[in-house]
Design a protein around this ligand. Structure first.
Ligand SMILES: Cc1cc2nc3c(=O)[nH]c(=O)nc-3n(C[C@H](O)[C@H](O)[C@H](O)COP(=O)(O)O)c2cc1C
Length: 174
C-alpha cells in the first residue's frame, strides 16, 4: 500500500516539506511512501477544454499524467501547502484544478488529509483543502494546521507536531 505526500511549497527544505516528511515517515510501518514536490513537476493550468467531460481523462500532456497513475495506485493522499496570499500556493491550486475529471468518486476509497502552514493568517487555505477532499470524495482524516514563518519554525509549534502524530495514528489505525 502506498502513501503519497503532494507538497505545494516552493521551499523543498521549508516547514511544509518538514512536516510532510514527518507524517510520511510515521506512515512507513504500514505504507510505501513517496513525497512529490509540485515544484519539480511540469504542471500546466486547466484550459477548460471540457475534453474530460466526454472522456473522463485530461488531455494535457505533462507530468500530471504520471501523477494521475500514482494517485490511483495510492491508498493515502496527503496534500500540503504553506499559505501564500491567504490561500494555498498557485502550484497546488493548479494541481487541484487538473483533478476535476476525478471528482466522480474514482478515488473515493482512498484516505485523504492535509497540512497547512502559515505565519499568522491562514485565509481560505484550510477551506480549499477541505473542499478539494470533499469534491474528490476521499475518506477524510482531520488535517494539521501549523504556524511558522522562517525555515525550521515548524519545530517550535509543538501542538502541530502533536497533531501530526495524531494524523499518523488515525491513518495507521484505519
Ligand atoms: C508569497 C508569500 C505569501 C505569504 N502569505 C501568507 C499569508 O497570507 N498568510 C500567512 O499566514 N503566511 C503567509 N506567508 C508565510 C508562509 O506561509 C510561511 O512562511 C510558511 O511557513 C512557509 O512555508 P514553507 O517553509 O514550507 O515555504 C507567505 C509567504 C510567502 C512567500
Amino acid at each position: 500500500m502506498k502513501a503519497i505526500g503532494i507538497v505545494g511549497s516552493p521551499r523543498k527544505d521549508g516547514n511544509t516539506a518538514y512536516l510532510t516528511k514527518q507524517v510520511l515517515d510515521g506512515l512507513e510501518e504500514k505504507f510505501e511512501t513517496e513525497m512529490i514536490f509540485l515544484k519539480d513537476q511540469e504542471i500546466n493550468p486547466c484550459e477548460a477544454c471540457h475534453s474530460c467531460i466526454k472522456e473522463e481523462k485530461c488531455i494535457i500532456e505533462d507530468d500530471m499524467q504520471e501523477l494521475y497513475k500514482k494517485l490511483k495506485e495510492a491508498s493515502v493522499i496527503i496534500l500540503s501547502s504553506p499559505v501564500h496570499m491567504g490561500g494555498i500556493t498557485s502550484r497546488l491550486r493548479m494541481f487541484m484544478e487538473r483533478m476535476w475529471h476525478l471528482r466522480k468518486g474514482q478515488l473515493k476509497d482512498k484516505i485523504g488529509s492535509f497540512i497547512v502552514i502559515g505565519r499568522r493568517d491562514l485565509g481560505s487555505a484550510v477551506n480549499e483543502m477541505e473542499e478539494f477532499l470533499t469534491r474528490l470524495k476521499l475518506v477524510k482524516i482531520p488535517g494539521v494546521i501549523s504556524y511558522g514563518f522562517n525555515k525550521g519554525d515548524i519545530n517550535k509549534d509543538k501542538e502541530a507536531l502533536k497533531n501530526a502524530q495524531g494524523q499518523i495514528n488515525q491513518i495507521l489505525n484505519l
